[in-house]
Design a protein around this ligand. Structure first.
Ligand code: PMP
Length: 290
């Protein structure tokens, strides 16, 4: 068995009577992004788009980079990661330990990271996993994360809402596709950093909820959203610290934002069924900012 063979089939944690969360830290590099890294690379191998010794390039706020670096180490690919300089040191160290090379761009500048990735990929013929536009990103969550949630909630009850923040939007759109078939009235609610409320029509700004609010809507179909909840960076951090201290759930800042947004929605809407969210990654990669 290889590390990538252990991706997915993560536990569903009960946070409260109405709130359940998929515990994605169980994946081999510690985040939900192992799912798409493995799915996209497996697909590329199957279609002979990539072979051992080739180079993979991606633009990422960190976790996709760590996941690609991990699978690259496992399977003998070189990995180059383009990312904004203000992403946490721990993330950069993890990628370097897996043997990846990091190419910095200015703080919070995902547009530049994506443009530079495309330039370098075209110039050198490197494989571009293209997470911000790749339909395989959505398909992966539709076929894996979404199906797992459906099975895991079978004996708990109906799902009233799916609530989470979006980076590429792949997680939300993919899970939604599966769940909405079983629960046609399910609400789909995004959360985004209050400092960068782009999907709500505001200005892009720098914020500290790494992994969500990357400055665009990317794969998110705004038409299917039933609402957007704004969460401040400090509130997200505080909620994450409480999950760690009061529940022993060792997660990163975006997980704090997701749980807080879901709790606020439950408080306001008092749903009959349960709400599902995601705990995207582990706390170690935020020690310097917690
Ligand atoms: N939280 C964290 C910590 C992440 O790294 C990501 C991925 N960027 C997300 C949430 C959002 O996932 P997605 O890209 O599927 O929207």
């Amino acid at each position: 068995m290889r590390p990538s063979d252990t991706v997915g089939n993560t536990p569903l944690l009960k946070i409260s009577d109405k709130l359940y969360a998929k515990f994605e830290t169980f994946n081999p590099s510690g985040s939900i992004k192992d799912r798409i890294a493995t799915y996209i690379i497996n697909n590329a191998e199957k279609n002979n788009l990539i072979k051992k010794g080739d180079t993979i390039i991606e633009a990422t706020s960190g976790n996709t980079g760590i996941a690609l670096a991990c699978i690259g180490a496992e399977r003998g690919y070189k990995v180059k990661i383009v990312m904004p300089r203000n992403m946490s040191e721990e993330r950069k160290q993890m990628m370097r330990l897996f043997g990846a090379e990091i190419i910095d761009v200015d703080d919070g500048d995902f547009d530049r990271a994506i443009a530079l990735r495309d330039e370098l990929s075209a110039k050198h013929g490197w494989f571009n996993s293209n997470q911000f536009l790749n339909p395989l990103n959505i398909e992966c969550h539709e076929k894996t994360t979404g199906v797992e949630i459906l099975n895991q909630t079978k004996d708990i009850g109906e799902i009233s809402a799916l609530i989470l923040g979006t980076g590429t939007g792949g997680t939300m759109m993919g899970i939604r596709r599966t769940l909405i078939k079983a629960f046609p009235n399910m609400k789909v609610v995004a959360c985004e950093p209050a400092e960068s409320p782009v999907m709500s029509g505001g200005e892009h700004g720098t914020h500290g909820i790494q992994g969500i609010g990357d400055g665009g809507r990317f794969l998110v179909d705004l038409k299917v959203l039933d609402g957007i909840i704004l969460i401040k960076t400090e509130e997200a951090k505080e909620r994450a610290r409480r999950l760690i201290k009061e529940n022993g759930i060792f997660v990163g800042v975006s997980s704090g934002a997701n749980v807080l947004a879901a709790e606020r929605w439950i408080e306001k809407n008092n749903p009959d069924g349960i709400v599902v969210t995601i705990l995207s990654d582990r706390a170690e990669r935020y020690l310097s900012i917690y």
